[in-house]
Design a protein around this ligand. Structure first.
Ligand code: ZN
Length: 348
């Protein structure tokens, strides 16, 4: 089992759930809609082209400018940006000599890191103001520092108990609040990891949804369950309540996926959930789904095709807009047992 794979969600649930009647996939869309499209972008912080790499800090002149171009081309598209409140990781690759020394290697950073506070959003008001002004864009939480001691450099919440996960999330939220960034109560855990302690911590700080599973390989079907990065065994196409107050929505499509996968997901009445990373090349690693011109052109064409093929049947929405009405704490009335309801409409 590699570092990004965790136990079946079923086991987590058994250990955690008090009331399992409210759990499971939810096949529900707004009236008149048969499927949905969401797109999210990870690893956004104020790094500029004068830093180790650009990660949104060049504003409209950098990668965010390319996202704005896509938003301009597709007026229904909405984005979720996963922002890290005080980013510290320089490279995702463990390259320090300590990595060969048992015991110590699990207690130090095995890659070069920025000093704490360098990328703290409170010190970057222009960046915060720019994000706040972006059209049709939600901001959600992507860890605190995006760094971990030991070999899994990016898996920030790995091997932490509920109390330390809660502390880290509370600090992330505090920085968001004090910076003036407008944000929604959702989390993409760095490195995809969302084990039981983190799920519990989410509830402690009022986070209502997580996006923790990525599966861009399992063949598409209504009942497909995730089996790649992050949580395994959760619905690949639908929101799923993994705990009484915690919704999960995974990723099932990225730049390397064929258009047919997108159509299959929409034909099955699912949520096409597209993931991108804001930076293409970081030291020691290339993100295949980095926000470069080629990738944006691909999505531009794909969205044209979806608009033509499905018209008004698609709900172009955000993870938060999907999750909030389904949250157990929401007052929105849903069918008694949403999981048992058939999809109201199917695409032609
Ligand atoms: Zn990340």
């Amino acid at each position: 089992m590699d570092d990004w794979q965790f136990g079946p969600a079923q086991e987590l649930r058994r250990a955690f759930i008090l009331d399992d009647t409210k759990l499971g996939p939810i096949h529900w869309f707004r009236p008149g809609k048969s499927a949905a499209v969401v797109m999210s972008v990870d690893d956004i912080f104020p790094g500029t082209s004068r830093s180790a790499y650009e990660s949104g800090g060049d504003l409209e002149r950098g990668a965010i400018g390319r996202l704005l171009w896509l938003l301009e081309r597709h007026k229904q598209l909405q984005l979720t940006l996963f922002v890290t409140p005080d980013w510290r990781r320089i490279s995702p690759v463990a390259n320090r000599l300590w990595r060969h020394v048992p015991w110590i290697r699990d207690r130090v950073y095995l890659t070069s890191v920025l000093p704490k506070g360098t990328m703290d959003l409170r010190k970057h008001p222009e960046f915060v103001a720019f994000l706040n002004a972006m059209p049709r864009t939600d901001i959600a939480i992507h860890g605190l520092h995006h760094i971990n001691q030991g070999h899994s450099v990016s898996v920030e919440f790995q091997n932490q108990d509920r109390a330390s996960c809660t502390r880290v999330l509370a600090e992330a939220i505090r920085i968001f609040e004090e910076s003036g960034l407008r944000y929604v109560r959702g989390l993409q855990p760095p490195g995809w990891d969302c084990d039981l302690a983190l799920q519990q911590a989410c509830r402690d700080v009022g986070i209502e949804w997580v996006a923790s599973a990525r599966d861009i390989q399992t063949p598409v079907s209504k009942d497909a369950r995730t089996a790649m990065s992050g949580l395994s065994g959760v619905s690949m196409l639908f929101p799923e309540r993994i705990a009484p107050n915690l919704l999960h929505i995974g990723t099932n499509f990225q730049a390397t996926s064929a258009p047919e996968r997108a159509f299959d997901i929409l034909d099955a009445g699912g949520i096409l959930s597209i993931k991108a990373h804001i930076t293409k090349n970081v030291p020691g690693h290339m993100h295949l789904d980095g926000v470069d011109e080629l990738h944006m052109n691909y999505l531009d064409r794909l969205f044209d095709d979806i608009e033509q093929r499905y018209g008004d049947m698609i709900d172009w929405t955000t993870l938060n807009q999907l999750a909030t009405p389904l949250s157990a704490s929401s007052s929105t009335s849903l069918p008694e047992n949403p999981a048992a309801q058939p999809i109201a409409h199917r695409a032609a």
